[in-house]
Design a protein around this ligand. Structure first.
Ligand SMILES: CC(C)(COP(=O)(O)OP(=O)(O)OC[C@H]1O[C@@H](n2cnc3c(N)ncnc32)[C@H](O)[C@@H]1OP(=O)(O)O)[C@@H](O)C(=O)NCCC(=O)NCCS
Length: 154
């Protein structure tokens, strides 16, 4: 098994793996264009695993200078339960530690037992606002409504 950095030509194979694992519900978050943006993001680690000269799994996450977070991991169904997921988590953990991370979180529990087995424990509740446009619209309205009151106070 080879673990290496993602290159743009891996994108299509990763889409196939995500589809096979029913993880491709949000192409805008996980599709080829998003992959290219992650690839260029200096805070991100984006790794793939190769077996038999082909990509069979990947993992990606970010380290913001304080906390490291894995956002998604996926292994092609025929290659699961052979240690590939574990090897991907090990490599990304080493990369984040090299950058200065002292802990590692995962936001997508998916196969929670897999993460539990690797010693991850539930500590925080992740809350999501999706799509972000709705959140911004709502907050803009609320902030606008509150503005006159703030002016009166001043
Ligand atoms: C979760 C996933 C990435 C694990 O990859 P994998 O290559 O199959 O995992 P490994 O073979 O490295 O397994 C590591 C350990 O976890 C265990 N494990 C793996 N999947 C498990 C599961 N679904 N339930 C319980 N234990 C699991 C393995 O038995 C192994 O235990 P061991 O160390 O005692 O032998 C893979 O199954 C997958 O892609 N699943 C679908 C997508 C998903 O849910 N991704 C995670 C959310 S982001």
């Amino acid at each position: 098994m080879l673990i290496r950095d993602f290159v743009p030509s891996d994108a299509q194979k990763i889409v196939e793996i995500l589809k096979a694992n029913q993880q491709y519900g949000h192409p805008e978050l996980d599709g080829p264009e998003a992959m290219l943006r992650v690839h260029k993001c200096p805070a991100a680690e984006f790794l793939v695993a190769e077996e038999d000269m082909q990509v069979v799994g990947f993992i990606r996450g970010v380290y913001d200078g304080s906390r490291a977070v894995i956002h998604i991991a996926s292994v092609q169904p025929e290659y699961q339960r052979r240690g590939i997921g574990k090897a991907l988590v090990l490599e990304i953990a080493k990369r984040f530690k090299e950058r200065g991370a002292t802990s590692l979180m995962v936001t997508v529990p998916g196969e929670a037992d897999f993460w539990r087995k690797l010693s991850f424990r539930v500590t925080t509740r992740i809350m999501t606002a999706y799509p972000i446009e709705l959140l911004i619209q709502r907050l803009e309205e609320e902030v606008k409504k509150a503005a006159p009151a703030r002016q009166e106070e001043a």
